[in-house]
Ligand binder design. Structure first.
Ligand code: G3H
Ligand code: ZN
Length: 284
């Protein structure tokens, strides 16, 4: 069921759990996410990044596919735009948010300095809120231009609280030790900082780069206050490994259905596992 992100977030906030959020690159990703979330009896977000839009050439095909997959399924699914740095692109998609069922956007001005990040994010928030769209933004290094997923960077709780107040954002991506596109689940998170941020910041906290974080550390981070868990790379690692095996196993295959079927199933299993992990109330 296509569901507004604000509703999905309100539910996990009330439960003290997190919203599992997965990046969609192609149709198989969207199908695997819907099937995995359904199998786990969990809500989920289908996230489309600016990079994925660039790869496809335009946002419409992925948005329409996600909308139809969300509409036709039984589990609550939201549609989110992820890491959009281009203000014009956000505006274009916001203009069509109703048509495409977009319930949230992450506007990422984290490469700009603090004042520019605030000003640009506030513009996006005003436009999005007029349409009922939930907005996530990103804050990494104090005062600075290193985003929340750059290794070694940390978000300062009082700056984060000020940023939320100045921009009016609904969710905040924070730098607590994870980084994007890790190939092993070995990142150490600063759990104490997550607790401090959760206490200081009045909106839900988002963990990016969750592919690099082990199951027990993700569960602890959710218990400490993370309310949205973003996963991309882990699905691609699983799918690509299986795809290589399938191609070797079926050297004569030319029909993509033969060699993509198991890759999609592998993504689905991983989605099911992540959903189960983050929607369970974790250790105190
Ligand atoms: O915004 C997307 C996530 O932060 C994904 O990060 O690909 O490292 O899991 P990941
Ligand atoms: Zn991210």
């Amino acid at each position: 069921t296509l569901t507004p992100t604000a509703e999905l977030i309100a539910r996990v906030v009330a439960e003290g759990t997190a919203l599992p959020s997965f990046n969609v690159i192609g149709l198989e990703h969207a199908e695997a996410i819907a099937a995995g979330a359904t199998a786990a009896n969990s809500p989920a977000l289908l996230q489309i990044s600016e990079n994925a839009i660039a790869f496809r050439g335009s946002p419409e095909p992925l948005l329409a596919a996600c909308r139809e997959i969300a509409r036709s399924g039984s589990t609550p699914l939201g549609i989110h735009l992820d890491h959009i740095e281009n203000e014009e692109l956000v505006e274009d998609i916001l203009d069509r948010a109703g048509e495409f069922g977009v319930g949230s956007v992450m506007f990422d001005a984290s490469k700009r300095d603090y004042a520019d990040n605030v000003a640009a994010t506030r513009r996006v928030v005003e436009r999005a809120h007029a349409l009922g769209v939930w907005v996530e933004a990103e804050l990494g290094q104090i005062g600075g231009k290193d985003g929340a997923h750059a290794p070694g960077v940390r978000t300062d709780p009082s700056e984060a609280a000020r940023f939320v107040e100045q921009t009016g954002v609904d969710g905040l991506a924070v730098a607590v030790g994870s980084s994007h596109a890790m190939r092993s689940r070995s990142a150490e998170l600063d759990i104490d900082l997550i607790r401090q941020l959760a206490a200081a910041v009045p909106v839900p906290l988002v963990l990016h780069g969750s592919s690099g974080v082990s199951d027990p550390v993700i569960a602890t981070a959710v218990a400490a206050g993370i309310r949205k868990v973003n996963v991309g790379t882990a699905l691609n690692i699983a799918a690509t490994g299986v795809l290589r095996g399938s191609l070797n196993e079926h050297p004569d295959a030319v029909d993509p259905r033969i060699y993509t079927r198991d890759a999609r199933a592998a993504m689905m299993e991983l989605v099911r596992a992540f959903c189960g992990l983050v929607t369970e109330p974790g250790p105190a």
